[in-house]
Design a binder for this molecule. Structure first.
Ligand code: OFO
Length: 161
């Protein structure tokens, strides 16, 4: 179980890295609001990483960091980037569910309890990415709409846990 938790810690850090790459993509296009949203997302992912980090030590394990995969640099459009973010969150949800399954098989109640926070969090993570995907689809790359959405996403604030 500790090995799997460690892998997930690295996957969360990989998520932060991916969202920073997406932030840089938007920054380059001068979409500061989209970039802001992605930077906050990366910060959240770093917090997820640290939750696993602390939990591994609490359980008398040792956190070990792997090499991070180089993230993609460019996407075809803002919609393509957010679709990729949504797909990535579905992938992370699948990983979390597998961890819950494993912890359940091992009767590891403490880890099930720890992971439940992530089960709930993934519902939000998927919903927020999907909401933006749907808005971008409606806009169909219309410049005025894109700038309005960019201004809206610039307002995103950190959520209190
Ligand atoms: Fe850590 O939730 Fe996104 O990836």
């Amino acid at each position: 179980m500790l090995k799997e938790l460690n892998d997930q810690m690295n996957a969360e850090l990989g998520s932060a890295y991916l969202y920073l790459a997406m932030a840089a993509y938007f920054e380059d296009l001068n979409f500061k609001g989209f970039a802001h949203w992605m930077k906050l997302q990366a910060e959240e992912e770093f917090e997820h990483t640290m939750k696993f980090y602390h939990y591994i030590f609490e359980r008398n394990g040792r956190a070990v960091f792997d090499a991070l995969e180089k993230p993609q640099e460019k996407w075809d459009s803002p919609l393509a980037a957010f679709e990729a973010a949504y797909e990535h969150e579905k992938y992370i949800t699948g990983r979390i569910h597998n961890l819950v399954r494993l912890a359940t098989e091992e009767n590891d109640y403490a880890t099930i309890s720890f992971l439940n926070w992530f089960v709930d969090e993934q519902v939000e993570e998927e919903a927020s990415a999907l909401e933006i995907v749907q808005m971008l689809k409606q806009l169909q790359d219309h410049p005025t709409g894109l700038f309005m959405l960019d201004a809206r996403l610039a307002q995103r604030q950190r959520e209190k846990e």
